[in-house]
Design a protein around this ligand. Structure first.
Ligand SMILES: O=P(O)(O)OC[C@H]1O[C@H](OP(=O)(O)OP(=O)(O)O)[C@H](O)[C@@H]1O
Ligand SMILES: O=c1cc[nH]c(=O)[nH]1
Length: 182
């Protein structure tokens, strides 16, 4: 399938502002950050978690722990309901019992990755609550999952694909929407 660039949704500045806002929202909603931990979903949720950790540190002068979950979604086609999220690796070197865990990912689509992430967390302990932060919510949920913190809501067609480009992984910083061509 050939992919064609369509529209830029966020540039570097807009991404930076969205993450700054989310950092403030996390602090406000949790009345501080005591007992808050971040868990980034690989790959792009991990640099996002690191950036949020840094922003929260600048505001609250405290460093909150970061863990990572590696979940690979085997999809034949972005429209299929048979996508299989498989947990590959967990790196959460702290106890999540009684903590508020904030899951972080770049794109929220069907919700299957987040469901697998929540299953993995529950296997590790009993968090007090789980919240979800995403840079882009593109709709088309197939499970009753919603994000608590959203950089930008982007209505999409199922044929479209959101690509988040992050400096740490992609060497560039922007979010684009591309359309699959037959
Ligand atoms: O809500 P869902 O339907 O589960 O889709 C969202 C997931 O899809 C993307 O990962 P993808 O599997 O495309 O791999 P990537 O992280 O390498 O981009 C994205 O990073 C999310 O983790
Ligand atoms: O459009 C999409 C859907 C899922 N994951 C992405 O990264 N983009």
């Amino acid at each position: 399938m050939k992919l064609q660039e369509k529209t830029q949704i966020l540039d570097a500045e807009a991404m930076r502002r969205a993450l700054t806002r989310i950092a403030h929202e996390i602090i406000e909603r949790n009345k501080g950050i005591d007992d808050v931990v971040l868990v980034g979903i690989r790959r792009r949720g991990v640099p996002m978690a690191q950036r949020l950790q840094q922003k929260i540190k600048e505001i609250e002068n405290k460093e909150i722990p970061i863990g990572t979950l590696d979940i690979t979604l085997y999809r034949d086609d972005l429209t299929t309901i048979n996508n299989q999220p498989v947990l590959q690796k967990t790196n959460i070197p702290f106890d999540i019992e009684g903590k508020t865990v904030i899951l972080i990912d770049d794109v929220l689509y069907t919700g299957r990755t987040i469901r697998a992430a929540m299953d993995a967390l529950m296997d590790l302990g009993r968090p007090r609550s789980i919240q979800l932060a995403v840079l882009i919510d593109r709709g088309h949920r197939e499970l009753p999952i919603r994000a608590d913190y959203v950089g930008k809501n982007v209505p999409t067609s199922k044929k479209e694909i959101i690509e988040c480009k992050l400096q740490e992984i992609d060497g560039e910083e922007r979010v684009i929407i591309v359309e699959g061509e037959a």
